[in-house]
Ligand binder design. Sequence first.
Ligand code: MF3
Ligand code: CO
Ligand code: CO
Length: 259
Amino acid sequence: MIYNKKDFEGLKKVGKVAAETLDFITDYVVAGISTYDLDKLIAEYTKKQGGICAPLNYCGYPKHCCISVNDVICHGIPNKNEYLNDGDIVNIDVTTIIDGYYGDTSRMFLIGNVSDKAKELVDITYDSMMKAISICRPGLPLSEIGKTIQTMCEAKGFSVVRDFCGHGTGTVFHDAPNVLHYYEAINDKIILQEGMVFTIEPMINTGSYEMYIESNDWTARTIDGGLSAQFEHTIGITSNGVEVFTKSPNNMTKPPYKK
Ligand code: MF3
Ligand code: CO
Ligand code: CO
C-alpha cells in the first residue's frame, strides 16, 4: 500500500495520540500496580482522546493493549493477578485508531532496581530500532533494517526473535510487508519507496531467540526463561527519508524517562 499526503496527516495525528498514551501511562508503571489496572487506564485515556484501542477483539484478543513482563516476548495479556515487581522490565504496546488510521507503538519500562544486563538489553533494543529507522529512505532494500538490528544486537551477545516481525500498517492493523528484524535475503528484493507505512519493532533476548506460546494462545515467552525487550514505532517513507509518526511529544524515548 502507498499512502498520500492526506494519509500522512491522519497517521501523524493518531501516532501522536498513541505516543501520548505511553507518555501518560509512564507515571503509573511502578511496583505494586496490576497489568489489569494499567490496561484500564490506557482504555480510559484512549477513549478520552477520541481513539479506539485496536487490540480489543482483534482476532479474539481480550484486552486493550499488550503488557509483556521479563521473559514475555510479546502479547502479554493484562491480568488482575499480575502485579509489577521491583527489578521487572516491562513492555507496553498500544495501538490506537483515529479516523480509520492506526498508530502502533511500544516502549520498555524499568521497575525499581533493574540488573545491569537488563538495562543493557533495553538500551541496545532501543538504539538498534532508532538506527534502523534512521537509514530508511526511498531506494533502501527492506533487508537493511534487519541487517542493522541484528548486527548491533548480536555484537552485544543478544539474539533477535524470528517468530514475530514488524508489518505494513496505515488503514489496517497488519499488512505486507513483513519487516524482519534479522537479515534474510528475501527482503533484498523489496525496495522502500515514498508513501510506504510500516512498523519497526525488534524483540531482542538475552538468551536464545526461541519461544513458545502459552496456553492462552497469545502470550509468547522465551524458551530458556531469558529476558526479552522490545520497542516499536510506526513510520512513513517520505521523498527523501522517513517520518516517525509515534514520536513522544515529551521526548520520552528510552528509560529513565523524565517529562
Ligand atoms: N501491537 C501489536 C503489534 O505490534 C499487535 C498486537 S495484536 C493483539 O503488531 F491482538 F495482541 F493486540
Ligand atoms: Co506492530
Ligand atoms: Co504494537
